[in-house]
Design a protein around this ligand. Structure first.
Ligand code: NAP
Length: 447
C-alpha cells in the first residue's frame, strides 16, 4: 500500500513541481483514499484520483487598474475550475499577496471534497488574485474588483461556475464584482454568493463558516458526552470566519481567550464577550485596523506580537486564519496543555506533521474540509433561494446549516471510525467526499 501511495505522489510531484501547498493537500487525501480505492473493485484501475488532481480548466489573466495616485497597477487573476462531476464549479475568491497557483490549486482540490460532503450539487473551484486589499481605499477596491470581473465574467455563470468570498473578499468586494458582472452580461442571476440581503443574498451566509465550525466541534464533543459550556477556547484570525466562530462560542457558554491577525494575537484572560467582539468587528470590518488596537480599550488584555496563540492553555482550538498556521511544535504544546478538540475554520491550517500529533494523541480533530463546510453549504442554500426567487428566514437557514454539519459529522463517522472506536475525521471526510465525486465521474465516462 505504501508503495502505491508513494508512486502516486511521485507522479503528482513530477507534474506539479514548485506547488508545495497543492502537494500537501493531495498527500493528505492520497494517504486515506488510495487504500480505499485498492479495497474497492469499482474504483480500481480507473485513474480516478489521477483525474481528480488535474484541474478541468485553469484560467489566468491580467488585471490592470488605476490607483488613487493615478498610477497603473498590474495584478494577476486566476480561476481554477477543478471538478464539475456533481455540479457547477463552486468556491471562493481570495485576494491576498500570497496568492499563487499552488495555493489556489490546493484550495480548489480541497473544495471538491468539501462540496461533495455537504451533499449539495456543487463541483469544486477556487480563484483570486495577488492583489493586496490592505491599505487600499474603497475607490481602489472598486476599480480592482471591476477590472478583475471584466475578464472573469466570460468564464462563470449560475450554471457554470459560482464564485464566493474568501480571504480579502467580503461583502464589499462581492458587491463590486456582482455590479460589473451584471453590467457586462445584462442579466441579474445568482452568479456569486455572499451577496447583500437586498439583492439576492441569504441570511446567515456571513455567519455560516464560523457557526458551522463550532457546530462541528459541538458534534465531536457530543461523542465524548461533552459540550462547549465553560470550555476555554483559543481562536486564531479575526476575519469573517474567526468573528462568527467566536460569536457562536460565546452563545454556547464557552470562554474565548484569544483572536489574532498577521501581526500577532490578543489574549484576554477575562474572555472575549459580546461587547468585546463588537469592538473587534468594528476594528476589523469598519476601521480596517490591526487587532493590537483592542488592548487600548481593554488594557487588562495583552497583545503578543508576531506569534500564534497556540501557546495559550485551552480545551478547544479553532484555527481560523490561514493555511499551515499550526505546526507540529504548536500541536505538541496544545496537547501538553490539555487541548481535547481542534476544529478547523481555516483551510488546511494544520501541517501534516501537526495532524499526525493530534491523531497520535487521539484527540477530536476535524480537518477544514469537514468542519468549515458550513460556509459553502450556505452558499449552496443561497443558490437554491436565488433559483426559487424565494428567501428562507434566519431560523430556517440556521436549522439547515446545523443539519448539514450534523450530516457531515455522520459521514465522517461512517467512513472514519477505526477498529478501536477512534474517529479519524480526516479519513472519514476524504473517503465520504471522494465516493460521491468518483461515482459521478464513473457514470459520466472518460471526459
Ligand atoms: P478574512 O476575513 O480575510 O480573515 C483572514 C484572517 O486571517 C485575518 O485576521 C488575517 O489577518 C489572518 N491572517 C491572514 N494571513 C495570516 C498569517 N499569515 N498569519 C496569521 N494570520 C493571518 O478571511 P476569512 O474569510 O475569515 O478566511 C479565513 C480562513 O477560512 C481561510 O483559510 C479561508 O480559506 C477559510 N474559509 C473561509 C470561508 C468563508 O466563508 N469566508 C469558508 C471556508 C473556509 P490580517 O488582517 O493581518 O491579514
Amino acid at each position: 500500500m505504501k508503495s502505491n501511495i508513494e508512486a502516486f505522489l511521485n507522479l503528482v510531484k513530477e507534474r506539479n513541481n514548485n506547488e508545495p501547498e497543492f502537494l500537501q493537500a493531495v498527500e493528505e487525501v492520497a494517504e486515506t483514499v488510495i487504500p480505499y480505492i485498492v479495497e474497492h473493485e469499482i474504483y480500481n484501475g480507473k485513474s480516478i484520483l489521477l483525474r481528480m488532481v488535474e484541474p478541468e480548466r485553469v484560467i489566468t489573466f491580467r488585471v490592470c487598474w488605476v490607483n488613487d495616485a493615478g498610477e497603473i497597477q498590474v495584478n494577476r487573476g486566476y480561476r481554477i475550475q477543478m471538478n464539475s462531476a456533481i455540479g457547477p464549479y463552486k468556491g471562493g475568491l481570495r485576494f491576498h499577496p500570497t496568492v499563487n497557483m499552488s495555493i489556489l490549486k490546493f484550495l480548489a482540490f480541497e473544495q471538491v471534497f468539501k462540496n461533495s460532503l455537504t451533499t449539495l450539487p456543487m463541483g469544486g473551484g477556487k480563484g483570486g488574485s495577488d492583489f493586496d486589499p490592505k491599505g487600499k481605499s474603497d475607490g481602489e477596491i472598486m476599480r480592482f474588483c471591476h477590472a478583475f470581473m471584466s475578464e472573469l465574467f466570460r468564464h462563470i455563470g449560475p450554471n457554470t461556475d459560482v464564485p464566493a468570498g474568501d480571504m480579502g473578499v467580503g461583502a464589499r468586494e462581492i458587491g463590486f464584482l456582482f455590479g460589473m458582472y451584471k453590467k457586462l452580461k445584462n442579466e441579474f442571476t445568482g452568479v456569486l454568493t455572499g451577496k447583500g440581503l437586498s439583492w439576492g443574498g441569504s441570511l446567515i451566509r456571513p455567519e455560516a463558516t464560523g457557526y458551522g465550525t463550532v457546530y462541528f466541534a459541538q458534534k465531536m464533543l457530543e461523542t465524548k458526552g461533552q459540550d462547549l459550556e465553560g470550555k476555554h477556547v483559543v481562536v486564531s484570525g479575526s476575519g469573517n470566519v474567526a468573528q462568527y466562530a467566536v460569536e457562536k462560542c460565546i452563545q454556547l457558554g464557552a470562554k474565548v481567550l484569544t483572536m489574532s491577525d498577521s501581526s500577532g494575537y490578543i489574549y484576554d484572560n477575562e474572555g472575549i464577550n459580546t461587547e468585546k467582539l463588537a469592538l473587534i468587528m468594528e476594528l476589523k470590518n469598519v476601521k480596517r485596523a490591526r487587532i493590537s488596537e483592542y488592548i487600548k480599550t481593554y488594557p487588562n488584555s495583552k497583545f503578543i506580537k508576531a506569534k500564534t496563540p497556540w501557546e495559550v492553555k485551552c480545551d478547544i482550538a479553532l484555527p481560523c486564519a490561514t493555511q499551515n498556521e499550526l505546526n507540529d511544535e504548536d500541536a505538541k504544546v496544545l496537547l501538553k496543555n490539555g487541548c481535547i478538540c481542534v476544529s478547523e475554520g481555516a483551510n488546511m491550517p494544520s501541517t501534516i506533521k501537526a495532524v499526525r500529533e493530534f491523531h497520535k494523541a487521539k484527540i477530536l480533530y476535524a480537518p477544514g474540509k469537514a468542519s468549515n463546510a458550513g460556509g459553502v453549504a450556505t452558499s449552496g442554500l443561497e443558490m437554491t433561494q436565488n433559483s426559487l426567487r424565494f428567501n428562507w428566514t434566519r431560523d430556517e437557514v440556521d436549522l439547515k446549516l446545523k443539519e448539514i454539519m450534523a450530516n457531515i459529522h455522520d459521514s465522517c463517522i461512517k467512513y472514519g471510525k477505526t477498529e478501536d472506536g477512534y474517529i479519524d475525521y480526516v479519513k472519514g471526510a476524504n473517503i465520504a467526499g471522494f465516493v460521491k465525486v468518483a461515482d459521478a465521474m464513473l457514470a459520466q465516462g472518460i471526459v
